[in-house]
Design a protein around this ligand. Structure first.
Ligand SMILES: CC(C)(COP(=O)(O)OP(=O)(O)OC[C@H]1O[C@@H](n2cnc3c(N)ncnc32)[C@H](O)[C@@H]1OP(=O)(O)O)[C@@H](O)C(=O)NCCC(=O)NCCS
Length: 146
């Protein structure tokens, strides 16, 4: 059984940082996770199953009614089982209660799985940012109205 709950920095920080950095091939500092949680605790959720961390979503509020998803990640063995969908649903419920009207994020143009996931979940590609990532890859900007 999968449980979606708010991130708890005292308990979850190291595991969730590891899961996120591995899934996204990034090197986010621990302070980034702490700061995002402090700014909007309902915008940082985790999925766990029988005591194992299996996924996370975290976002920041960039304008009064706009949230930007920084990380949506599911650990590899648990992918394509609807976990990201559950995380997104729970996140959207909380975002709507917070008055958020639009979600935005960037994704690598080669990230076929994520692009399909977002399109399936009613996000739209609105623009491309050339050379967005450190390795020179372009990003799609993807948005969804809530
Ligand atoms: C993108 C990601 C979060 C999806 O998580 P997930 O739990 O596997 O997604 P779900 O099971 O909820 O959704 C499945 C849907 O997503 C899409 N999808 C997921 N993995 C896919 C893959 N490998 N190939 C193609 N489509 C894929 C499909 O639309 C699929 O639905 P369908 O099979 O009915 O077509 C996951 O692949 C991941 O963590 N990737 C690495 C991190 C990342 O790139 N995050 C996004 C950028 S922030």
């Amino acid at each position: 059984m999968v449980r979606i709950r708010r991130f708890n920095p005292d308990k979850d920080l190291l595991d969730i940082a590891k899961l996120s950095n591995k899934a996204l091939n990034e090197d986010y500092k621990l302070s980034m996770f702490v700061n995002v949680h402090e700014a909007w605790p309902d915008g940082f959720l985790i999925a766990e199953s029988m005591g194992t961390y299996i996924g996370t979503v975290l976002a920041v509020i960039t304008e009064p009614t706009v949230a930007r998803i920084l990380v949506l990640a599911v650990d590899e063995p648990y992918r394509q089982k609807g976990i990201a969908g559950q995380l997104l649903k729970s996140f959207i419920q909380r975002a709507v209660l917070r008055g958020i009207e639009r979600l935005t994020l960037e994704v690598r143009i080669s990230n076929v799985a994520a692009i399909r996931f977002y399109k399936k979940n009613r996000f739209e590609i609105v623009s491309t940012i050339p050379v967005y990532y450190r390795d020179g890859e372009d990003a799609y900007v993807i948005v969804r109205r809530l």
